[in-house]
Design a protein around this ligand. Structure first.
Ligand code: CA
Length: 231
């Protein structure tokens, strides 16, 4: 699991579908200044032919294809975030666009700040969630129910123990420093002694009953190790 900040524009691609060149240019410019990778197209046909993006800002009043139809076709083939754009008064179009898979809508004229806020919100909602179950050898962690099993045997852990294990299992084999584990399993700003971690690790090892599963990497921290055998 990454630690990517939610709603960050870095690396996010936005396609602006707008036939009014001056509006399109200013939107593309504004999005780029905000850190997005933005491109503009002026027709529905070009929108459907464009490379895939993370979000589409879709004017519903296009010269060639009905914008609602473009929305439906984009949605049919991907889960791209779609914000429909309409002129004031076109309420019926907005409703249809939402029914056809748009995530949100904006009414012209709108400011860049509002667009950026809506965009952050739809991208946050669309951000794919990681796997619900982390597995490593005999170990399985259900992130939703917090059920942990070793070789199919349920293991009861405290919330802190679960947090430590989750941190290690998120990237098996990678050494996590004491500080990293404390920040993840305790809170973002742990300034206390890191010795407290050893107590929890010892308890965790005992409960898991799989020797070698949690390896100490001296001078660095801990990681999940390869497990040859387990009870
Ligand atoms: Ca238009």
């Amino acid at each position: 699991m990454g630690t990517q900040a939610t709603g960050s524009p870095e690396g996010m691609r936005v396609l602006v579908v707008e036939d009014d060149r001056s509006i399109a240019d200013s939107l593309v410019r504004g999005l780029r200044q905000a850190g997005y990778t933005a491109e503009g197209v002026r027709t529905g046909r070009a929108a459907l032919a464009a490379p895939s993006s993370d979000a589409v800002l879709l004017d519903l009043g296009l010269p060639d294809i009905d914008g609602v139809d473009v929305c439906r076709r984009l949605r049919a083939r991907s889960d791209v975030a779609i914000i429909a754009v309409t002129a004031r008064g076109e309420e019926a179009d907005r409703v249809v666009a939402l029914d056809e898979g748009a995530d949100d809508y904006l009414v012209k004229p709108f400011g860049l700040a509002e667009l950026l806020a809506r965009l952050r919100a739809v991208l946050r909602r669309r951000r794919p969630v990681g796997p619900e179950i982390l597995r490593h050898g005999p170990l399985a962690l259900d992130l939703r129910t917090h059920l942990v099993t070793v070789g199919g045997r349920p293991v009861a852990l405290t919330p802190k123990e679960f947090g430590i294990l989750e941190c290690l299992a998120a990237d098996p084999g990678r050494v996590m420093s004491r500080q990293q584990i404390l920040e993840r399993a305790w809170d973002a700003h742990w300034y206390g002694p890191t010795k407290v971690l050893d107590v929890h690790i010892a308890a965790l090892r005992r409960k898991l009953g799989a020797p070698g599963l949690i390896e100490t990497v001296y001078g660095h921290g801990f990681r999940l190790g390869a497990v040859q055998e387990y009870p």
